[in-house]
Design a protein around this ligand. Structure first.
Ligand SMILES: Cc1cc2nc3c(=O)[nH]c(=O)nc-3n(C[C@H](O)[C@H](O)[C@H](O)COP(=O)(O)OP(=O)(O)OC[C@H]3O[C@@H](n4cnc5c(N)ncnc54)[C@H](O)[C@@H]3O)c2cc1C
Length: 424
């Protein structure tokens, strides 16, 4: 096998890239991993304390994702700032259909958890600090990639200098606006929803009681996720509010009181009065997927591979399951002495993960198509669907298992990969 500067080079140390580095260090301790991250934060320059901020952005981790972080040894660190979601209430505003899921019914302490992104990032960094096989280069950027007969050669720009580095496998984890994906000629498929997500944290008169709300309105879906103290139900929730371009501009231009009033009119009174809304950010909503996420020596992960509508809270959870599948396949290959970037190794990963991503993309997309539509026929079908879900424990369990990330199969045997194979 050729000599490489590193075994796995991860371009992008966001949530996906950093989690992959940690998972590799746990599953393949002999594997040399290099993370190249453009943001200037690294494991050896971490802030001493963590002060949660009202305006922090957060991610809903499904139960299965919590289990992944438990297996990686990170959960005890995340848990102090992870707000449990014990119940989910799904409803269609202005219609009678609704369904409720609860952790008791599923036999788990929580259906998922809401964790601040910054806390997840810091916890990951802290865990990586002790991993000598992981080299973290930041602020640095992967600016060019050249596939080789075996592995890849990448150009890293750091401190005004450019250096080349070879790796058995390049993992592209540079996010939804992945420049590397485009540069490498992967063909992303974009579905523009013609909607925007407004993100903010809000306070309500009533405590959230660890309940998440998915509410479908005639102008698009909205979600409210409980956040704050994991022990005592507080009054803060994380809001994802889908709006048309015109409505978004109006809401952004409005005073905080007016924003709360409009939100109240959309969401209703289940949480009492909305009495505070924090800093608002917004994103155009697009579903981006790639049919093929692997090439010899190269694999796309996280948002670089698929970017979903945030209202279903599935994007990172799907990414996480994909990362674990990738690590499984790399471990199997490593055990057999097979080069980690060989195409059949990466294809085995893609094949194993495909059903999960296709189902999750379909579920997340159909939530928007079905529940975003303004047709009375679809409205009646939605009511029937939600009422049916509410009445049928089996159907509700099926839905809940998907929301919890428990429906995916993880590792298929690497049947096609043999040491003598000529995959690449
Ligand atoms: C509003 C909103 C709410 C969401 N809520 C949820 C949720 O509740 N649950 C859920 O599962 N998912 C959620 N998601 C999705 C989730 O945020 C993403 O799946 C996740 O952040 C993707 O992480 P990533 O590491 O792939 O990408 P990113 O977080 O974008 O990280 C990419 C990293 O790559 C770096 N980078 C970029 N280019 C280069 C380069 N050339 N070289 C080196 N480094 C580079 C960047 O600095 C960045 O750190 C939400 C998304 C949005 C927009």
């Amino acid at each position: 096998m050729a000599e490489f500067d590193t075994d796995i080079l991860i371009a992008g140390g966001g949530l996906a890239g950093a989690t992959l580095a940690l998972a590799l260090s746990r599953a393949l301790p002999e594997c040399r991993t290099t993370v190249v991250e453009s943001f200037p934060l690294s494991p050896d320059a971490l802030p001493d304390t963590y002060q949660p901020s009202y305006d922090a952005r957060s991610t809903a981790l499904a139960w299965a994702s919590r289990n992944i972080y438990e297996a990686l040894g990170l959960w005890p660190d995340l848990a102090p700032y992870a707000t449990p979601i014990q119940r989910i209430h799904v409803s269609d505003r202005g219609r009678f259909g609704a369904t409720r899921m609860s952790c008791d019914e599923q036999g788990v302490p929580a259906l998922g958890y809401v964790v601040d992104n910054r806390w997840m990032g810091l916890s990951l960094m802290r865990a990586l600090l002790g991993e000598s096989a992981v080299q973290w280069r930041a602020p640095a950027e992967v600016v060019d990639v050249t596939p080789m007969t075996e592995g890849v050669s990448v150009v890293v720009s750091e401190g005004g200098e450019q250096t080349s580095m070879t790796a058995q496998c390049l993992v592209v984890a540079d996010g939804g606006r992945s420049g590397l994906r485009e540069k490498l000629g992967f063909n992303p498929d974009h579905t523009h929803y013609d909607q925007h997500a407004l993100i903010a944290n809000v306070s309500t008169a009533n405590p959230h009681e660890f309940r998440a709300y998915e509410r479908f309105t005639d102008t698009g879906p909205m979600a409210l996720l409980p956040r704050g103290n994991p022990q005592r139900a507080g009054h803060e929730s994380a809001l994802v509010w889908t709006l048309s371009g015109d409505d978004l501009e109006e809401v952004l231009a409005a005073s905080d009181e007016e924003k709360c009033r409009r939100l109240q009119a959309r969401f209703g009174w289940r949480l009492g009065r909305f009495n505070r809304i924090g800093e608002c950010s917004h994103y155009p909503l697009t579903l981006t997927t790639v049919a093929e996420s692997v090439r010899p020596g190269i694999v796309l992960v996280g948002n670089a591979a698929h970017t979903l509508h945030p209202v279903a809270g599935q994007g990172f959870n799907l990414a996480l399951r994909g990362l674990m599948t990738l690590v499984d396949q790399l471990r199997i290959a490593s055990d057999k002495g097979i080069p980690l970037g060989r195409l059949d190794v990466l294809q085995a990963y893609q094949l194993t993960h495909r059903e999960d991503w296709q189902q999750t993309v379909r579920l997340s997309d159909s939530l928007i198509q079905i529940f975003g539509a303004e047709s009375s026929l679809l409205g009646a079908a939605r009511d029937a669907g939600l009422v049916g879900l509410d009445l049928m424990p089996g159907a509700r369990r099926w839905f809940a298992r998907r929301a919890m990330g428990l429906a995916a199969k993880r590792t298929a045997p690497l049947k096609s990969v043999e040491p003598e194979g000529t995959g690449t």
